[in-house]
Write a protein that binds this ligand. Structure first.
Ligand code: TA6
Length: 310
């Protein structure tokens, strides 16, 4: 079974309006509330892909009950630690007239005791489950080295970790040598301190991480496709351009889910890269996980151009 960890889950409140007028009264056209937070989104995609997965993390309050209820309704297995604090709410403001999306993500907060209870539970799950996905930001109440600590615990249990985060939690996590990381371009530039404009820059940046002990790096390049690297092989994928169905927010989570599925199947690097690129493109095209099906994935896969760089 694959484990996902969301230390900072969220109710994603999607607000649609014509155009946001700052400092004025805005009448909302539509509101949708979703269970969110990166690891939770990954668990939803893995469930849709038919994988055995369980969403772990720390939730609380009415927002926590909402998140847990949505997962139950969508038959996504979860086993959360319950905090006294209400889980956060993240806003996604979609301006339909100007085709713009703004994310306003709350910080979130948990109690240090919640983290201790979570770690005890995680250790029990790691005895039998060997793929662990650590995904998303950290709430207040958690230090930036938590991902590094959880990666060390996973290593003691011979579990492979996929890390998808940003900032200090991500850079500190990388020092603990997770098996696979999935930075976007900006996160990769922040890690290496260098601008990335060419395939050569991408190779240099991924080798920087490989030399730190990371086995696989998958970089999402948005509309420019994606890139996957290991010590032995590197591929660049050029995905077909698609009209954005609803949003690009969450495409990275679908890519992580697809990588975990292929890692679990012990697929070769090229297949991991093609499948995860196709899934992320399918998500952008359809706008929701529930609309992704084998036919869409097959059609997109056929149009992906592959460039072998090593
Ligand atoms: O990628 C989409 C998403 O998981 C949304 O659910 C939204 O809640 C956000 O990302 C959370 O990301 P963060 O980095 O704030 O944990």
């Amino acid at each position: 079974m694959i484990l996902t960890v969301t230390l900072n889950p969220a109710v994603d409140r999607i607000i649609l309006l014509d155009e946001l007028k700052l400092g004025s009264l805005n009448r909302v056209k539509e509101v949708h509330d979703l269970a969110g937070g990166k690891g939770i989104n990954v668990a939803e995609v893995l469930t849709k892909l038919g994988e055995d997965v369980i969403a772990l993390g720390i939730v609380g309050g009415n927002n926590g009950r909402f998140i847990n209820g949505i997962l139950e309704k969508n038959k996504v297995r979860a086993d959360f630690i319950w905090s006294e604090y209400n889980s956060r709410q993240n806003l996604k403001i979609k301006e339909t007239e100007v085709n713009r999306e703004t994310e306003i993500n709350e910080t979130g907060i948990i109690d240090p005791e919640d983290l201790q209870s979570f770690t005890v539970k995680l250790k029990k799950y790691l005895k039998k489950n060997k793929i662990l996905i650590l995904s998303g930001s950290l709430p207040d109440g958690v230090t930036d080295n938590i991902y590094a600590e959880l990666i060390k615990i996973a290593a003691e249990n011979d579990s492979k970790v996929i890390l998808d985060s940003s900032g200090d939690p991500f850079s500190e996590g990388i020092e603990a040598k997770p098996y696979l990381v999935k930075p976007n371009l900006e996160e990769l530039e922040n890690l290496t301190g260098k601008k990335i404009k060419t395939n050569h820059d991408l190779i240099e940046a991924s080798d920087y991480l490989i030399n730190k002990g990371i086995k696989i790096i998958m970089v999402s390049l948005g509309a420019k496709g994606s890139y996957i690297a290991s010590e032995k092989e590197i591929y660049r994928f050029y995905t077909p351009s698609v009209k954005v169905g609803q949003t690009t927010v969450g495409a990275g989570d679908t890519m992580v889910a697809a990588l975990a599925k292929k890692l679990n199947e012990e697929a070769v690097l090229k297949e991991m890269g093609i499948f995860s690129s196709a899934i992320a493109t399918a998500y952008v095209k359809t706008g929701k996980v529930s609309a992704i099906n084998e036919e869409i994935i097959r059609k997109i896969t056929e149009k992906i151009k592959v460039e072998k760089l090593r």
